[in-house]
Design a protein around this ligand. Sequence first.
Ligand SMILES: [Ca+2]
Ligand SMILES: [Ca+2]
Length: 183
Amino acid sequence: MECGLLCQQASCMSMVYEATGRICHLHNRIITNTSDCSWRPNTSYYTVVSGVANGYDCDIITDSCLKKLPSAMSWSDGSVQCAAEGAVLLHIDSVSKQQAVQHYMIERGYSTVWLGINDIAKEGDWRTEHGSDSPGYFNFSPGQPDDFTNQDCAILKIYYGYQWEDVWCWSTNTVVCEIAKAL
Ligand SMILES: [Ca+2]
Ligand SMILES: [Ca+2]
């Protein structure tokens, strides 16, 4: 009861009460399913393994959770929308992640998805969405990026066998936000 009142006062999204230690854990994220919690033996509470905002799928990528936004939009609008919920645009930095995302897109029927990289600041110099890091991993389709009439943002595209293409940042594409799994 006290935990619930504390939660109300703090406007928390969910809570876990640790009976043995009489500790109330308040969370600012909704715990979406029981696999996010592990049952502690000999106690009457759950420990949060990964509490993630509602609507995110945490079974695709090892370290993060993904959510597709309801409508397609430009790269910068997608970036702002993801940031509003503490997330970033989907970022692929390894072969294994590329394969996992590809499987996810096939399963969901997504044909194009924005990637969190661009070469807006300097042509041909691809950088991650926030900050100045080089992405480190690239999977552009042969002949891409071609900067055709100033294309500075990247998508992952079914047409190119799920490889990447540079496109106009103002074009509208599916947005998948990515958020780190919280422990
Ligand atoms: Ca470019
Ligand atoms: Ca292109």
